[in-house]
Ligand binder design. Structure first.
Ligand SMILES: NC(=O)c1ccc[n+]([C@@H]2O[C@H](COP(=O)([O-])OP(=O)(O)OC[C@H]3O[C@@H](n4cnc5c(N)ncnc54)[C@H](OP(=O)(O)O)[C@@H]3O)[C@@H](O)[C@H]2O)c1
Length: 266
């Protein structure tokens, strides 16, 4: 059976994902979403030959005949995009960062009510998923941790989806141990970073960084650092996103994290 897919945000990270969907035998790229290319054929928007995929200005206009929405847009619209799709009975793969734990609870409930699946991952890279799986294992044994999120100076949101998801997933394994409570830190408590699900997360936004996530665990007199670095191209996210597109159909409710999906599809 062919799965019909719409890619929202099909001009940057979404572009190689849309290209991979278009060339996959079992997937059919039905529509795309981008405000600047709305009304055009996606091929024309990419400055190649037209190939019969319409681009719409919003997700609400793009879902007719679609089984799965893939969202790589912006933190400002992703929540509404996901809820719009779920309410229309369309499964969703969320790559966009910026959703909070509360947003995910709302999307999970809406997906359960509608009987459709949602897969969301702060990072659809397979190697990032492995780094996260390793961190979840370490957290069972090492109670102290902090997360550093490195990205380019122009990244508009913080923390990154990868760092946020990591902190929230670590908290499900074990609460973080903090010796001096943040609000009792003398001087500038905000220098200790943001508390996300009990873990301090430090977001660096500087030229020369692309996207890296590091979690440091420590015991007295020893440290373990698990770090994932990705380059500037969207290539790392293609395989994991397509895996999610294929896996989300027929599921009900939210699956969070590519590592969770990899385990559940073994
Ligand atoms: N989970 C992962 O593995 C992963 C990997 C890479 C990136 N991301 C996340 O994915 C998101 C997109 O990243 P990016 O680097 O591709 O961003 P980007 O370069 O800003 O591209 C965003 C895309 O979404 C479209 N878009 C933005 N706002 C829209 C709106 N209101 N309505 C319709 N379309 C809209 C843009 O087209 P128009 O401007 O023409 O509308 C563009 O095609 C970010 O949140 C990023 O953190 C996640």
């Amino acid at each position: 059976m062919t799965t019909r897919v719409c890619v929202a945000g099909a001009t940057w990270t979404g572009r190689p994902i849309a290209e991979a969907i278009r060339t996959a035998d079992d997937l059919d790229l039905r529509a795309a979403v981008s405000r600047s290319a709305a009304g055009q054929d996606l091929g024309t928007a990419w400055r190649v030959e037209a190939f019969g995929v319409p681009v719409h200005a919003s997700v609400g206009e793009a879902l007719d005949g679609v089984d799965v929405l893939v969202d790589y847009t912006s933190d400002e619209v992703v929540r509404v995009n996901a809820l719009t799709a779920v309410e229309r009975g369309v499964s969703v793969v969320i790559g966009t960062s910026g959703l909070s734990a509360n947003d995910f609870r709302e999307i999970d409930q809406a997906a359960r009510d509608a009987g459709v699946g949602v897969v969301a991952a702060g990072n659809f890279s397979l190697t990032a998923a492995m780094a996260q799986a390793a961190a979840l294992l370490v957290a069972r044994h090492l109670p102290h941790r902090e997360v550093i999120d490195y990205a380019s100076a122009g990244k508009p949101d913080a923390p990154s989806g990868t760092a946020r998801e990591l902190a929230e997933r670590l908290d499900e394994v074990t609460p973080n141990a903090i010796e001096v409570p943040i609000d009792q830190t003398r001087g500038r408590p905000d220098a200790r970073g943001a508390t996300i699900a009990g873990t301090q997360v430090h977001s660096l936004r500087l030229p020369s960084f692309v996207v890296s996530t590091e979690v440091l665990f420590a015991l007295p007199d020893e440290r373990l650092s698990i770090r994932h670095d990705a380059g500037a191209s969207p290539a790392p996210y293609v395989r994991g996103t397509l895996l999610a597109v294929r896996a989300v159909v027929g599921r009900v409710g939210l699956i969070r994290g590519l590592d969770t999906l990899l385990v559940s599809t073994q």
